[in-house]
Design a protein around this ligand. Sequence first.
Ligand SMILES: Nc1ncnc2c1ncn2[C@@H]1O[C@H](COP(=O)(O)OP(=O)(O)OP(=O)(O)O)[C@@H](O)[C@H]1O
Length: 390
Amino acid sequence: MSRHDVHTHGEHRAADTLALREVTVAYGDTVVLDHLDLVVPARSGRSITVLLGPSGCGKSTLIRAVAGLEPLTGGTITVDGADLSSIPVHRRDFGVVFQDHQLFAGRSVFDNVAYGLRMRRVPRAEIAARVAEVLDLVKLSGRERDSVQNLSGGQAQRVALARALAPRPRLLLLDEPLSSLDRRLREELAEDLAEIIAAARTPAVMVTHDHDEAAALGDAVAVMREGRIEQVGAPSRLWRSPRNDWVARFLGATDIVDVEVSGPRVCGDLGDLSVLAAGEGGTLTRTDIALTDGPHRLALRPESLVVEAARPGEPGAGEVVASVSLPGRHRVRVRLDATGTGTHSQAATGLRELRGVSAADLAVGTRVRLRLDPAAVALVGEDQGGGAVA
Ligand SMILES: Nc1ncnc2c1ncn2[C@@H]1O[C@H](COP(=O)(O)OP(=O)(O)OP(=O)(O)O)[C@@H](O)[C@H]1O
């Protein structure tokens, strides 16, 4: 099929699979992408894969490499099995949106959105119809004649998105498309973005450093670290099953502990704990995660540990050293009593304090018991899903 056919008949051939194999990009001696492997299946033509990683890990470089803007030092990038190395940027059929929209200043909305269609010599009447269609998609209907100079930041990003989508690209590449916007606009456009991408039936790869955005928009999230992909998966699976301590901490774990589960008891770095039963504060039953009997490495957020005042006569696990009031709950820091002498003892692990949440406002010095909410813990190193997108 020629590119002209795609537009003449309004037919749209979305990419099925984008695959990066051993991709390496270096600037001089600095290796920015280091034998990176990533497979993005987009079977339904409407999935968003989010690249999430710390500043400088190479997210933008990866997007630029896929777009053809960054030469590879090694490795291959293929779409549906076809190698892209000899295909120049403008022939890849990808739509690209950058952080700072990069619109043609002083030109109209129409001229900006029509740009890719004119480059492909699409007939004039079809251009007008397609521009109207994509402006409708990004909620800017009727704004064709406006100069892009008069647009707000959010509107400019919508025009950039319309421009990228107009030629019906087979893949959309979005590099921090929301990060230049203020919080309210960002949330608004994030919601629209998911709808727009689904309506356009175009798979997208999107860079962000915002965890909430990644969880909200990503069908899959690829966690990047120092030029490599650490783990790929659906957001909920990543949180519940981080592959290693680094991923767990990057995704928000505040403490990582080794435990031995035996029935309703959890023993280990934390001392002895009981597990919250269903309906006791956790929304899931124990069996919803594989907290099976035996050893586990748990990644905890404050929400994973429910802190309660010890009952009279009960020794408790430690005492409150600090408490901060949050809406609807208190975040509490607990100093643990010294426990045991084995491999899970404090002497061995150095674990002295933990963060938890409490419904009551507990004074500093209060003796407390800790209970684990299985709905809010992650199991480190137990991911069964492999490295590809599920
Ligand atoms: N043209 C270049 N020449 C030299 N070094 C570069 C160039 N572009 C990027 N780098 C370096 O490559 C590394 C990765 O940059 P990149 O922009 O891909 O990271 P990122 O994950 O997108 O970061 P951020 O989240 O801060 O945008 C950084 O250390 C950066 O300084």
